[in-house]
Write a protein that binds this ligand. Structure first.
Ligand code: EPU
Length: 423
């Protein structure tokens, strides 16, 4: 649990860690490589620890090096089973499906369960693998995929809410080891997908077009060991920027991947937040004259859904009517009710939230429901008058490394106390 004393403007310099959502599929992909892989800039997060455990449970040797990088050797992997026990802890475990199938011709991966941010099917992953020739069936809660030889194919990965990020990665790696050429249409364009392709190409894959909606992959016989540094986390950078804005602070964010943050910077500009950028630094300057805004979370290059909750916290503090629509996860609004407990005025209408900003949020005991909701509640508590109590911050630890320490170094007053049972 966090105790947060609100009302302190953030000031100073903070450093962004490596990207969680780039690290997870890359870690999973090491299962398809028989040589040694060294990964730099992998953040120290609970989700990364879960993925490491998953790789070890399948038989990979995983070593944490003194310089913070991770060395993985999947040479001796013999199993291709990802158990329910681990997959249920983290949906991104499904990223091992493509690598296991590609290398061993068979994979048995537990079907992920429900999710607090809405309905999250994996039909597009399965449809894509089937298009490459895999035989897919569901058996006792597990996805069983078989195909000793996959073949390149033309496929379209567009779902009802746009492309799929981890689905694109799963198909890319399966196609990288298939026979012949694959063309993925409606591929996700996120920077994390681009980093995934860079990693695979360094390992010997032949992938072109990553970052556009059409990705072409020429299959190769095998992938080799490689060293790769993952990109900085654009969502952490955006969260820190919004923390600076909501406290009317003055913060320099280093290692910020500003070229990946165009939509976030456009949103900050619309709201009236002054900032300066270099390719790897974002400086947010104090301003108390902010404007309400209409924002839409869309697939990349749109505003990330992973920043929607944090922007909702910010807009709750700006007088006037704002609206945020989420086209990616149309039900991802569980944080709204908690923000209302802190005095925010928010109504949910379909896939949108209508926000009437208030001049002052007030402290309250609140409960985090997922990773980005936790971040939004911390930001709201930084701006609120009084002491807030935020429960279930273990959600936050899944995706932000030392978040309260980073904020405290900027002048926030956050204390971590025992969270109690995870109920
Ligand atoms: N979808 C389908 N069918 C599928 C796959 C997805 O209909 O087979 C739908 C989803 O329900 C959703 C949309 O397509 O409405 C996009 O989902 P996507 O598959 O892109 O999400 P994901 O790959 O499971 C990743 C991130 C999420 C992030 C989303 C969207 C990782 C490990 N996770 O999830 O990150 O919100 O892309 O950008 O990369 C987070 O970090 O807090 C987080 C949830």
């Amino acid at each position: 649990m966090f105790w947060v004393e609100g009302g302190h403007p953030l000031q100073g310099t903070v450093h962004v860690d490596g990207s969680k959502n780039a690290s997870l599929p890359i870690l999973a992909a090491t299962l398809a490589i028989a040589g040694e892989v060294t990964l730099e800039q992998i953040p120290q997060l609970q989700d990364v620890a879960t993925m490491r455990q998953l790789l070890q449970s399948i038989g990979a040797a995983v070593e944490l090096l003194d310089d913070g990088s991770i060395r993985i050797n999947a040479h001796d992997v013999r199993s291709s089973v990802a158990s329910y026990e681990l997959v249920r802890q983290m949906r991104a475990s499904v990223c091992v499906l493509g690598p296991l199938l590609a290398r061993f011709g068979t994979a048995r991966v537990s079907l992920p369960g429900g999710c607090n941010i809405g309905h999250r099917p994996i039909d597009l992953h399965l449809r894509g693998l089937a298009a490459l020739g895999a035989d897919i069936r569901l058996e006792a809660g597990y996805i069983v995929a078989e195909g000793s030889q996959l073949y390149g194919a033309e496929l379209d990965l567009c779902g009802p809410h746009g492309p799929t990020v981890t689905g694109t990665c799963n198909i890319m790696i399966a196609a990288a080891l298939a026979k012949g050429r694959t063309r993925i249409r409606s591929a996700a364009k996120e920077p994390e997908v681009q980093d995934f392709a860079r990693f695979l190409n360094a390992a010997g894959a032949q992938i072109s077009g990553a970052g556009t909606s059409i990705v072409e992959i020429d299959g190769v016989d095998h992938l080799r060991g490689v060293r790769h540094a993952v990109i900085p986390d654009r969502i952490e950078a955006a969260t820190l920027a919004i923390a600076a804005a909501i406290t009317h602070g003055d913060v320099t964010i280093k290692n910020a991947p500003t070229t990946h943050l165009t939509s976030v910077l456009n949103a900050l500009d619309l709201i009236g937040i002054p900032f300066e950028v270099t390719p790897d630094t974002l400086h947010i300057r104090a301003s108390s004259r902010l404007r309400p805004a209409r924002l839409t979370a869309d697939p990349y290059p749109g505003l990330p859904t992973d920043c929607q909750a944090q922007f909702m916290a910010l807009l709750s503090t700006i007088p006037g009517e704002s609206r945020i629509t989420d086209t990616v996860f149309p039900e991802r609004f569980r944080h709204a009710a908690e923000l209302v407990r802190m005095g925010a005025d928010i109504r949910i209408q379909g896939n949108s939230a209508v926000i009437h900003g208030v001049t002052q949020l007030s402290a309250a005991p609140v409960m985090a429901s997922d990773l980005r909701a936790s971040a939004a509640l911390v930001l709201a508590a930084l701006a609120a008058e009084g002491h807030s109590e935020i429960r279930r911050v273990y959600h936050l630890d899944r995706g932000y490394h030392a978040f309260e320490q980073k904020l405290n170094q900027l002048g926030a007053r956050i204390q971590r106390v025992n969270d109690g049972p995870k109920i």
